[in-house]
Write a protein that binds this ligand. Sequence first.
Ligand SMILES: NC(=O)C1=CN([C@@H]2O[C@H](COP(=O)(O)OP(=O)(O)OC[C@H]3O[C@@H](n4cnc5c(N)ncnc54)[C@H](O)[C@@H]3O)[C@@H](O)[C@H]2O)C=CC1
Ligand SMILES: CC(C)(CO)C(=O)C(=O)O
Length: 298
Amino acid sequence: MRILVFGAGSLGTLVGGLLASVHDVTLVGRGRHTSRVSKTGLDIVGAASAHVSPAATTTETGHDADLALVTVKSFDTAAAAEALAACDVDAVLSLQNGLTEEVLDARLDVPVLAGTATYGARLVGPGRVECTGIGRVVLGTLDGGASPLAERVGKAFRDADIRTLVAADMPRRRWEKLAVNAGINAVTALARVENGALAADEASDVAHRAARETARIARLEGVRLPNRVAREAIDRVVKQTAANRSSMLQDVDAKKRTEVDAINGAVVDIAAEHDFEVPTNRTLAALLRAWERGEGLR
Ligand SMILES: NC(=O)C1=CN([C@@H]2O[C@H](COP(=O)(O)OP(=O)(O)OC[C@H]3O[C@@H](n4cnc5c(N)ncnc54)[C@H](O)[C@@H]3O)[C@@H](O)[C@H]2O)C=CC1
Ligand SMILES: CC(C)(CO)C(=O)C(=O)O
């Protein structure tokens, strides 16, 4: 399969690098990383290891591919969609956190698949990415249901030894992941604690509230996600990723813009469309945005 990876940062470089062992991969990224990969190849280290040689470029338009993976941060999705509209790709798959697929779907006239990734990735330097945890990619159609395209993409991932599930219930899975991110990411980022700290702390109550509110909005959107399931998802992920610094906490540590708009901010926006109040998500979003403004990020 000819695969374009749009956003060769941590996750895109890891997944693109793993895919490059069997597919024709082009990484689209920025700066010294892409020039190093195109000259000397890419080292994958950590929980997975390989040396691979995908093509790598900073040119964003004019590419021709069977599949484009979108792995830019959520706030760069609209710009990525514009560049992809000037490429000739047959299908698009997002592996981002947050509700970003709608942004792609509204701007592109090719099928957009939804995806979630629990692989951990960290770009440690130009031409070098660390796999910080073997997780799983789950992908499927945006509206749910079976799809030959999703099966083909799933097979392409599995052929590259990426643990992958093709799921017919992506709407529920996306909202469950959103509930987890709305609770864990925002609370750990604001409290500056690892995920495991939420297990025995009153802050876990805040995370549970954010997740329950998210589940309520999912149901208003027609997605069956009981409060109990969202709450249990928080507890399960806290346990499974106890030693993680959430991606939002890592952004705060690095004084970088967070994905608050596509996570808690998205819950607030969609809730407003239903005339529904989500006070916990609203408060978390306001505090995170205040931090971003205070640090001069916006
Ligand atoms: N890093 C991880 O372990 C995981 C990340 N995710 C999600 O994946 C997404 C990406 O996360 P990371 O890889 O950590 O972020 P990152 O910041 O390391 O990578 C994004 C990359 O996209 C590049 N980029 C942005 N706009 C571009 C454009 N127009 N053209 C070319 N390149 C462009 C940036 O320069 C950056 O290198 C986020 O939504 C994140 O929440 C999900 C699961 C795990
Ligand atoms: C699942 C979780 C919370 C793991 O840290 C995550 O997705 C993130 O950090 O963005």
